[in-house]
Design a protein around this ligand. Structure first.
Ligand SMILES: C[S@@+](CC[C@H](N)C(=O)[O-])C[C@H]1O[C@@H](n2cnc3c(N)ncnc32)[C@H](O)[C@@H]1O
Length: 228
């Protein structure tokens, strides 16, 4: 068993791993949002997909379903608590082609070798947590190379005519479910919005056959595209 992490974000997602898993899998509508976002990746049987910041593995069943028993799913996350739940999920389902590794998704431990490697990268609810999301998306794009597919799913404040009335509620929910260091920042929600926008803009800039959609009254953003 690994020691309790000293990094506050990793500690947060380790101490609250069970609770996070409930939210990640049981919030009404979460399954259909994950399905929509993952469908835009256009995965085919036999392909390899890497999920950056996979958490407790809420996306793994959908990714595994798309690549089938001949494909490969690799989840990357730096928090041991949620990774342990993801490993249990993999073991319980008996998947031998789904693996998770503990690593920093901003410097993923994967080869920059498309021929040997990765067909698609997916990440959900992570862009808002990294300091320079545009640079991170750029790195994931480099990892894929031309023809690879990338997809993002994130939540941020809504610009929607109706949804924006619920922005204060959204902000309160984000604060309540964020690590203490984030919760204390007065500009935490502005930062979240800026990071999500930056990540999706970079994806849109670097890809073709792009998709950008909002869901849930504008609170959920989905982007996907094929690297130029
Ligand atoms: C909000 S959760 C999302 C988990 C999962 N993608 C989902 O949709 O349920 C954010 C996850 O990102 C992970 N994370 C944040 N920054 C990371 C980094 N730099 N490297 C690896 N994992 C990271 C956290 O440990 C946490 O599990």
């Amino acid at each position: 068993m690994s020691a309790r992490p000293s990094d506050p974000v990793q500690r947060f997602y380790t101490d609250r791993a069970q609770l996070y898993d409930l939210i990640a899998t049981r919030v009404p509508g979460i399954g259909s949002i994950r399905t929509t976002a993952i469908d835009h990746l256009g995965l085919e049987l036999g392909e390899t997909v890497v999920e950056m910041g996979c958490g407790s593995g809420g996306n793994l069943p959908y990714l595994r379903d798309r690549v089938g028993s001949t494909g490969r799913v690799v989840g990357v996350d730096f928090s041991p608590g949620v990774l342990s739940i993801a490993r249990d999920r993999i073991h319980h389902r008996g998947w031998d082609n789904v693996h998770v590794v503990r690593a920093d998704a901003t410097v993923p431990p994967l080869e920059h070798d498309r021929a040997g490697g990765v067909d698609a990268v997916f990440s959900s609810f992570v862009s808002g947590m990294v300091d320079d999301p545009a640079a991170v998306v750029e790195q994931w794009i480099d990892l894929l190379g031309s023809g690879g597919r990338i997809g993002l799913l994130d939540a941020a404040r809504s610009g929607d005519r109706i949804g924006r009335f619920a922005n204060p509620l959204f902000a309160a929910a984000v604060r309540a479910s964020s690590p203490p260091g984030v919760r204390r920042q007065s500009d935490a929600i502005d930062r979240l919005d800026d990071r999500v926008i930056a990540a999706h803009e970079r994806l849109q800039r670097e890809t073709v056959d792009r998709v950008f959609e909002t869901h849930v009254c504008g609170f959920v953003r989905v982007s996907a595209g094929t690297v130029r």
